[in-house]
Design a protein around this ligand. Sequence first.
Ligand code: NAD
Length: 356
Amino acid sequence: SNDKKNILVTGCAGFIGSNFVPYFLEKYDNYNIVNLDLLTYAGDLDNLKEIGNHPRYKFIKGDICNRKLVEFIFDEYDIKGVIHFAAESHVDNSIKNPGVFVETNVNGTFTLLDVAYKHWMKSPFVFKVKYEGCRFHHISTDEVYGSLGDDSNDLFTEETPYAPNSPYSASKAASDMIVRSYVKTYGMNCVITNCSNNYGPKQHDEKLIPTIIRKALAGEPVPIYGDGKNIRDWLYVLDHCKGIDLVYHKGKSGETYNIGGRNERTNLQIAYTICKRLDEIYPVKDNPSISDPRSTIQNYKDLLVFVEDRAGHDRRYAIDATKIESELGWRADENFDTGIIKTIDWYLEKYIDQRD
Ligand code: NAD
C-alpha cells in the first residue's frame, strides 16, 4: 500500500535473515519487506513459517546475480532500501568450491548495488526527492580482518586493515570494497556492518554449534578442528539483528560498524558447554542412539575427536564494538550463558523431532 516504504531484504530464508524479518515486521508497521532468496541448500522457507501470510511480507525466489530480475523488483515495488544478507556463508564450502562464493558474494552484491544506484541516484531531478534517504545496508563479517593472536587486548576495530584468509572472507572483503566505492565514487547512501560469529535458532546444520549438537545426539564422533583452541567471539543472533536495525536507521552513510558481544570462547569451550547441557537434559543412558550397554560413551564429551585442522584456519576473532556502542547506543542484551542454553534446547527439540 502507498503509505509504506518497500524494502528489499535478501537472503531471508537463511539463518540471520529469518531471525531479522519477524523482529523487523513486529517492530515497525511502516515497511513492506520483499525477500529475494534463491533457496540454495542453505535457505529454508520453514525458517519463516512463524510469519505466515503476513500482509507486509512478500517472497520472491531468485538469484541476486540475475540483473533483469533485480531490475524488475526495483521497478515493480519501487524499492526504497536494501538490507543485504544473501551470501554463500560457510568457510569449509568456500575451500572446496570457491567459485560460487565469488559469484554470489561479489557479483551478486555488485548487481544489487548497481541496480539500486541506477534506480535511486540516476532518476530525473523531479524524482530525486522521492529517493532521498534510500539506503543500502550491506551485511558483512569480521572475518575480513583476518586473524588475531592470543593477546586479549588485540581486537578488530573499524580501522583494522583487511586481511582475509579464506575464499569466503576474501569474497566478503571484496563485496565490502565495492560498497565502499559506490559511496566514495557516486555518493550513494550505504552502510556496512561487520559482525562476529552469530549463534541462535535456525542456523544451518553444517555450522559449528548445530553440528556438535546433531552429532552428539546421534552418538556420532563430534569433530573438533586442530587443538580446539581457535577463538570466536559469539553474539546472539537477535542482538545482531538489533544492531542492524540501529545502523540501518541511524548509522552514518559511508560508515562501517563492527558488531560483537565481547564474548570470546574457544571451540572446545563451546563443545564442552553443549555436552554438559546435553548430559543434564538428555543423558546418554536415555538416548536410544547411544545407550548401548557395551558402549564406552558415558558422557557426551566422550564423543569429541580432534581432526585435522581446517586449511588456513584463523586463530582468533574478536570485535571491539566501541563505535556502535558509543555512537548508536547498541549493546548486546543476551547473556551468553543463557543464550547458549536457549539455543541448545532449540536444536535438541529440532533434532529429536526429526528422528521421531
Ligand atoms: P545463511 O547461509 O544461513 O543464509 C544465506 C541465505 O542466502 C540463504 O537463504 C540462501 O538461500 C540465500 N542465497 C545464497 N545465494 C543466493 C543468491 N545467489 N541469490 C539469492 N539468495 C541467495 O547465511 P547467514 O548465516 O544467515 O548469513 C547472512 C549474512 O550475514 C551473510 O552475508 C554472512 O556473510 C553474514 N554474516 C554471518 C555471520 C554468521 O555468524 N552466520 C556473521 C557475520 C556476518
